[in-house]
Every structure is written in C-alpha cells, then in structure tokens.
Design a protein around this ligand. Sequence first.
Ligand code: GTR
Length: 360
Amino acid sequence: MSVRNDIGKLHLPEVLDGVTSAADWEVRRQEIVALLAQEEYGPIPDFPCEITYEVGPNERYGGGSADYYQVTITVTTPRGSHAFPLSCVIPRAGRPCPAFVHVNFRGGVPDSYMPSEEISDNGFACFSFCYNDVTMDNADFTDGLAGLVYPDGVRGPHDPGKISLWAWAAMRAMDYIATLPAIDQKNIGIIGHSRLGKTAIWTAANDLRYSFVFANQSGCCGAALTRGAPEDAEHIDQICKTFPYWLCENYKKYVGHIEELPFDQHWLLATIAPRRLYVSSAEEDRWTGPDSQYRACVETAKVWEALGCVPGFTGPDAYPGGNDAFQEGYIAYHSRTGDHFLSRRDWLQFMKYFKKYRNQ
Ligand code: GTR
C-alpha cells in the first residue's frame, strides 16, 4: 500500500502555499497559527496578570546526581489568583543541560509516564507540571486558570479551550526555565502524551523557544490527519461530543463537514518547521490513528524540505508497524508494540533523537 497514493485521495489543503524562503515561511507560519487559533483551539489567552515564581527547597535526587525542587507559579489578576507547582529535576552536570518540559497527567516525580532518574542520567533536565493543577480537565471554565481568564465561566465561539490554557501554562514554565543558566536554552523540548501531546504541539506552535516537540500518540486534533480517519480511530464528531471544552466552540461547525476545514492537522505539524518534530504511535492504539499520524508526517515534510531542512522525513512510502523507527530527518517517527501509554521505551527513543540532533 502506498502512503503517497492514500494521501493523494484525501485532497488535503495545501500547506506551503508557494512559500520557498525562510522569511516567507515565518509569515505563512503565523497565518497558520492564527487560523488554527480561530477555528480549532482558540488563541493562547492574553490577559493582564502578574506572575511570580517561588522556588522551594532543594533536595538531592538520584543519589546526589541531580537536584530536585518545586517552583510555585502564581498568577494574579484583579479577579484573584491561582497557583500551580512545577517540578524540576536538573542533573548536576557542571554545564548547561538540554531539557524536557513535560505536560503531564500527574504531578509526581518520578511518574509512570516519566522515568525521571533515567532521564536525568541521560543528561536531560526535566520540568513537569500536572495539567489539572492549571485548570481541571472538564467543562468548568470557572476553575483555576480558566476562572481568571473567563469572568463568568462563559466562553465565546473563538475563545480558548482547555488545550490553550494548558499551553499557556507551559509557556509560563518556559519563562522560568529561560532564567536558568543550568539549562541549555537552545535545546529545550516539550513532550506530552495523547491530549497532552496535542497540547505539546500547540504550545510549540505558539512558542518558538521550544526547539524540539515530542508528541506521543496525540491522535485526533493532534498529529493525526482529520481527513481519512479510519473507522476505529477518533473522529472530530466524537472529540467534539466528549471533549468540546478542549477546543474552541467554533470547531464544532466542522462536525459532519470536514471537507470544509480550510486546513488539516499537517498544518499544525508544519508550525514546528524548521524546528525538530517527533511523532510516535503505538501499534494497538488504533484510537489515535497511527496511519493518519504517519500520513501527516509524510505530507508535512514538504515544508521542511522547501526550507532546505533535508531530509525532512525518512520514513518509507509504506505504513510502519511493530517497533519501526525513522529518525534521520527533521521529523522523526516511531511505532512501538503495545497500547496507549507514554512508556520508558518511548522516552528512550526520544532521548536518542534529542541527543543526536541537539545543536543541529
Ligand atoms: C481519549 C481521547 C483522545 C486522547 C485520549 C487521552 O479519550 O478521545 O483524543 O486524547 O483520551 O488523552 O488519553
């Protein structure tokens, strides 16, 4: 089966739109981000506030190989304030370390989705926060950060959904990390799994300080193309019914009308160009559409190639499976056996790629 043939049948909206230079691409890239904000996620909130960072006590981590501490990030507006903790594990390396920022489902260190000691032993700092500590993963827009952004909990059709609020928090984490001499500022990646993989990509679309993105099994409204989603994968009618609050209200108008979408998810991926993008799938995780994620990587690679970032993507014109990995391009992809999970095996692949292309 030819992936290219399958892509041809989808009649995807053209992402490059004639762009051939880096300067033109940045203009086009910003247009795409604005369109995705308007139609799909809502913009990253922009509201007057004061932000403080309170650094907690330092603890030895990993037998003294790293430092661990928490930073309390407090957001204050005339309406009130909200605080959430950022966990920090920084190797005692004696030189600036590359770093992951992990938008996670839980706040603990280590975590079943985050082998912190192993990440640190590989030379990476790891900053993480729990998305529910920012604003709860539900339809309540009076909770936490949402309560500061929305005076009465009511949103207009183009206002930010929860993904944009979690992305805002990842940008505030970056504001703090940007002050740390222990971190190699040119090599900071954002990582998330599933709904937080969607969040990771959308954060980096809006924040160029992130030079790597690792989107694990991000699926529908993440790395998977909306057009051509297979039967057993999530479709936008399902996501808009079950999780409408992740997105802007306006996105619902495309339910049953996906041919009217002026973009597809390869446009979201393209917003990372010319930086490094890593998309991963799990073989049994049919709901996130491994084939649709792969098609998006193949299609969006043309953007990197047009910018002279070659190879854009090295995966073949055939669907991968098992533990196939293609890591020689600006876009990397792996499949792994097993199901929906951010596993140690995924992290090992991500770290391998990050080490190889750090500073390139
Ligand atoms: C599912 C949802 C997916 C994915 C997943 C997750 O229920 O349909 O879009 O985000 O949750 O976050 O684990």
